[in-house]
Design a protein around this ligand. Sequence first.
Ligand SMILES: Cc1ncc(COP(=O)(O)O)c(C=O)c1O
Length: 460
Amino acid sequence: MSRTTEELLELERKHSSWGDTVHYLEPPKFFERAEGSYLYDRDGTPYLDLQMWYSAASFGYGNRRLNGALTRQLNRLPQLASQYLHAERVELAAAIARLNTSKFGLDGRVHFNVGGSQAIEDSLKIVRNATGKNLVFAFMGGYHGRTLGASAITSSYRYRRRFGHFSDRAHFVPFPYCFRCPYGKKKEDCGLYCLKQFESNFDTEYNSFWDARAGESEFPAFYIEPIQGTGGYVIPPPEYFPGLKKILDDHHILMVDDEIQMGFYRAGKFWAIENFGVAPDIIVFGKALTNGLNPLSGVWAREGLISPGVFPPGSTHSTFSSNTLGTAVALEAVHMMEEEDYEGMTRRKGAYFLSQLKDLQRRYPRVIGDTDGMGMALRVELCREDGYEPDRELTDRMFAEGMKGDLVARSKRMGLVLDVGGYYKNVLTLAPCFDITEDEIDLAVELLEQLIRRCAPDRV
Ligand SMILES: Cc1ncc(COP(=O)(O)O)c(C=O)c1O
């Protein structure tokens, strides 16, 4: 006999740790089915999903081609210890390595694990092993995961506070968040002041980062997200990363590119960093590689950093890394990305969605302070009447109202799944399904407008 929602919630309150997830809604919401861009609750109400599991399910819930690859592997080779090889693992690593050779002109290798944070941990080992140093730069507003090592290079102290002292905490550098410039500048005439500030760290040894005699930085790597994910889908100006890479190269500092959320066409290119014409030394990926069907993650690194002579067998290892189910789906996903024009599709649909959001911003200037997007990574920053002061309360209200499932559009009851991000938790970070139609984008905007009118009636 299936239990009622109330009974399940009672069990959850008693027996589930709340430490392994977030509890944004009280009570948390149950879903029962998923298809395409929609989640369905226990009453069968559809919820249009604009965040697709933080971009892990970019290719749509129940994607037939990817589900098919999973089922085939399930029926053929569902389990295998990682010490043995299977074809999909080898082919997947080769496909990603070759893609990167063609994109960046660099040879490298691919290393697997499960979960984004664990892949970040592995990349930290690669950096430490190759450079003999353990301090790194990372961005304010950056998010790299919640294992101990990943928390140490994630900007929020909130994620570290309960868990003791982290001696290898990153040095956090301001991100070029132009709508809220950390230096109070305007992007039209700032001359990339933030980059100059970073570069000035290396002017003299007394700034604490650089030994000019040895030609060495105490910080061997800089962890970046090309577009900040949890930070609120913040898109930097086009010249920023090329400038940063030059400074890093001049000081023999590696660039580690965290593509866990923005990789695999979320930002209109296979890797988001390609939008900026920069070749990183290490790339970390996860999430959408398997469309969320398996937690497979991984790291690509330049040959000199990861060849077996440098980074020997067993340097990191996990029972489930390169598991057969994950690698089979991921290989199919990579083939699918090679065969179909995701670049054109994500750019076209993203541009259409963004134009609709800009129109919403024009009509509700006392609610929306900023809209922006790259590919299908889109942001709506909710502000108070002045169009600037962050409005966290309104953002929370819109998120919660969307989850009630009582909006009515096109004579149907439905809900809207949103995700909240940003430095002040006032940004709707939109990561819609790549298969979303123009008509569904229109519907999404209609539902967003309903939420604005319901949650901020005095400002419309
Ligand atoms: C950019 C980025 N890095 C790392 C992570 C951590 O990945 P995971 O949650 O799979 O450990 C995330 C997760 O949201 C992310 O967005």
